[in-house]
Design a protein around this ligand. Structure first.
Ligand SMILES: [Zn+2]
Length: 225
């Protein structure tokens, strides 16, 4: 039997944001602790990131910046969602981010149905979030779309069927999106572990092996070159 990774690899590529923008106009963005470019930047508020991303896009003549799977980042230190005295610090990103400074349309990566949705309102969290459930060749898995607009959750129903490429949402702007520069957090999740409307998008080094197994690289599906 094919593994989920094989299945994702064999699936036709899917655009999940602003489908009029060609992959040729995407640029990889490194937000990891080892990127020395970031050290000279004062990046704290959503606005700082917005300016940094826009400059980065302009410098690369690109329209969407993407990246972040299995990336260790500093940017979560401002939020108690990722660190408190009882837990290990979570700073390794396990989704893929797509950055564009506008309320771009968001599409379903695959045919499926709505698993759950919720507004995760804490600072630094996802804000409005939709999770879809998919089944291919008997393999069940999920796709998560985070940092959406509030309107994206209106008139949604659990179990509602969704077509591949159907617009399911639009990108949220700060502060409703968890107070980030606008970006879609896209993540593949095999086992939801009974969670609804939310699933960790950032983990600690201790739990990384589990999350890399349960959350395959989203680019297996998107196929951004
Ligand atoms: Zn993200």
């Amino acid at each position: 039997m094919n593994t989920i990774r094989d299945i994702l690899q064999q699936t036709e590529s899917a655009k999940v944001i602003a489908n009029h923008i060609d992959y040729a106009d995407y640029v990889a963005l490194d937000l990891s602790v080892t990127n020395t470019d970031l050290a000279g930047e004062s990046l704290t508020a959503a606005k700082d990131y917005e300016h940094y991303i826009q400059r980065y896009l302009d410098n690369h003549q690109a329209q969407i910046a993407f990246g972040g799977y299995n990336e260790t980042r500093n940017l979560y230190q401002r939020s108690a969602v990722f660190k408190n005295e009882n837990t290990d610090e979570r700073n390794i990103h396990i989704g893929l981010d797509l950055w564009i400074n506008e309320a771009a349309p968001i599409y379903a990566a695959l045919e499926g149905k709505i698993h759950s949705f919720q507004n995760n309102e804490a600072l630094g969290d996802y804000g409005p979030t939709i999770i879809l459930e998919h089944e291919i060749e008997g393999c069940k898995f999920h796709t998560l779309y985070g940092h959406l607009s509030l309107e994206s959750l209106k008139d949604k129903k659990v179990g509602q069927p969704i077509a591949k490429g159907e617009q399911i949402a639009e990108l949220g702007l700060p502060p409703v999106n968890g107070d980030y520069a606008p970006h879609l957090h896209f993540q593949i999740i095999i086992d939801m572990e009974n969670k609804k409307g939310d699933y960790p998008g950032v983990c600690s080094s201790k739990t990384l092996a589990f999350y890399l197994q349960n959350c395959p690289d989203p680019n297996l599906l998107l196929k951004i070159k």
